[in-house]
Design a protein around this ligand. Sequence first.
Ligand SMILES: CC(C)(COP(=O)(O)OP(=O)(O)OC[C@H]1O[C@@H](n2cnc3c(N)ncnc32)[C@H](O)[C@@H]1OP(=O)(O)O)[C@@H](O)C(=O)NCCC(=O)NCCS
Length: 171
Amino acid sequence: MAVGTSIKLKAISQSDGPALHQMIVREKERLSKSLHWPRFINSFEDTARFCANSEKSFGNSNAIYIAEFNGELAGVISFNHLDFSNGIGDLGYWLASDHEKEGIVSNSIKALVQAYAAAREIRRFIIKCAARNRQSRAVAERLGFQFEGTLRQAEKIGDEYLDQRIYARIV
Ligand SMILES: CC(C)(COP(=O)(O)OP(=O)(O)OC[C@H]1O[C@@H](n2cnc3c(N)ncnc32)[C@H](O)[C@@H]1OP(=O)(O)O)[C@@H](O)C(=O)NCCC(=O)NCCS
């Protein structure tokens, strides 16, 4: 899926494993401050398994996309959970540090919302993020997602249980 001229989203596949793993290793320390899973990536097999499982389940219970910026791997943008019976999609995202501030996540999510809503599959789009994650909150707010409330201690990052803000957009 093309998002403007520079950004491309493609369904994740096993062939993304090596490049994605290199990026995760490079960004592990930084990503571990705002996401729980990076600390559990210890070998290439961990990333390879994630890619293989995500390729298999793509479009069923979830949909993980690789984001490219001018042909270069930039990050991952995903429906972490797709609930077709209720029309709900739960979004997630992370970028390599050198691809922040280029509008990649905001523009990609805008395009995904349009595409999944147009297919009449999904109508309630959710972004959940730690209350302290200002950059992630800014993505939701920039895209007109409505703040619905704070879920107390709903997210574990490392040893901390963090309050989580829930935002949603109904299309
Ligand atoms: C959360 C995260 C993805 C946000 O990245 P980001 O670069 O701020 O978000 P976007 O890709 O939407 O880019 C928006 C920024 O690019 C700027 N920008 C530049 N060109 C733009 C364009 N064409 N369109 C929109 N924004 C543009 C915006 O002004 C904004 O910068 P600002 O916040 O200083 O105003 C990133 O910080 C990250 O990977 N964090 C670690 C992992 C994480 O926390 N994931 C979320 C867990 S809930």
